[in-house]
Design a protein around this ligand. Structure first.
Ligand code: ZN
Ligand code: ZN
Length: 299
């Protein structure tokens, strides 16, 4: 299985001291942004250390069983019993919503998502089945076993504001970056050119259990087995590359920064069909959303 665009591990956005720890700790990548790797996925924390109760935001909510890890990491960073002011969802795949129901109930906190992602978060729809034939790795092969929802946080669920602002994250904008899912979003802060990309592109080869374990950095298109509209995914990667980000934190893989990352993102966006799109696969032939509503399945 070919790597897409290998990245130099020196381009990681956090201090080199904690690279030896296999990423099992919270990594701060700038004064008010940190992320924690939870088995196969990242959760992102917005807010300064010791920000306190309701003074920070969680972006995405891990895999099932990570509630304690997320609350522990949050309390370590923001203070004892510190609850977020909001949870922002890049999208609703199982590895981003695993602890969401428990966290929303425990914290009594609004959960914001794109309106097109709402059906996956209010219990009314499941995602189309993943395509285990693409990517060639163990994670792809096992993908039919992954839960497809639905998750139901309808009590807490709110649509993101139509003006592009992000609740509780004043300098940030949300950008619709569909393709991996219909309502996928990324977050962007122009002041320091930071992107929170979700799975619009990622920095590890998520199809491979080995790469996921080792967290070898590489610039990589969205996880193949789950991406159901490759044309939209290509447009989304191009949109994010056009921002010329200085720093990116993605749903999978280490946060990366600097010129090499940026060049790799441009190369991925430019040559997306060859690098990121699988040679074959059911959603390559026919996007799941081609007929209106085709991406939403009965639970
Ligand atoms: Zn995903
Ligand atoms: Zn993911």
């Amino acid at each position: 299985m070919a790597r897409q665009i290998p990245l130099d591990p020196q381009g990681r956005a956090h201090s080199p001291d904690d690279q030896a720890t296999h990423d099992d700790s919270t990594h701060e990548i700038c004064a008010d942004l940190a992320y924690r790797r939870l088995a196969i996925v990242n959760a992102v924390f917005f807010g300064r250390p010791d920000a306190g109760d309701r003074e920070w935001v969680l972006i995405d909510a891990g895999v099932v069983g990570t509630t304690g890890l997320i609350t522990g990491a949050a309390e370590e960073r923001f203070g004892p019993k510190a609850r977020p002011a909001a949870i922002i969802m890049t999208h609703g795949h199982f590895d981003h919503v695993g602890a969401l129901e428990e966290l929303a109930d425990r914290w009594e906190v609004p959960v914001y998502a794109h309106t097109l992602e709402r059906p996956y978060l209010d219990g009314s729809a499941s995602y189309p089945p993943p395509d285990p034939s693409v990517g060639g790795g163990l994670m792809s092969m096992l993908s039919p076993l992954y839960p497809r929802g639905p998750v139901n946080v309808s009590n807490w669920l709110r649509d993101l504001p139509e003006d592009g602002s992000v609740p509780e994250m004043p300098e940030w904008r949300w950008l619709h970056t569909p393709g991996h899912t219909p309502g996928h979003i990324s977050l962007w802060r122009k002041a320091d050119r930071t992107v929170i990309a979700g799975d619009a592109f990622i920095t590890t080869r998520q199809e491979s259990a080995y790469a996921v374990t080792m967290q070898e950095p590489e610039m990589h298109g969205p996880p193949m087995y789950y991406t159901t509209n490759w044309e939209n995914a290509r447009d989304s990667a191009r949109l994010l590359a056009s921002l010329e980000p200085e720093r990116v934190v993605t749903g999978h893989g280490p946060a990366m920064e600097g010129a090499e990352m940026r060049q790799a993102l441009h190369a991925l966006a430019r040559d997306f069909d060859r690098l990121a799109v699988p040679d074959d696969g059911k959603y390559v032939k026919k996007a799941a959303g081609e007929q209106k509503g085709g991406e939403y399945r009965k639970p």
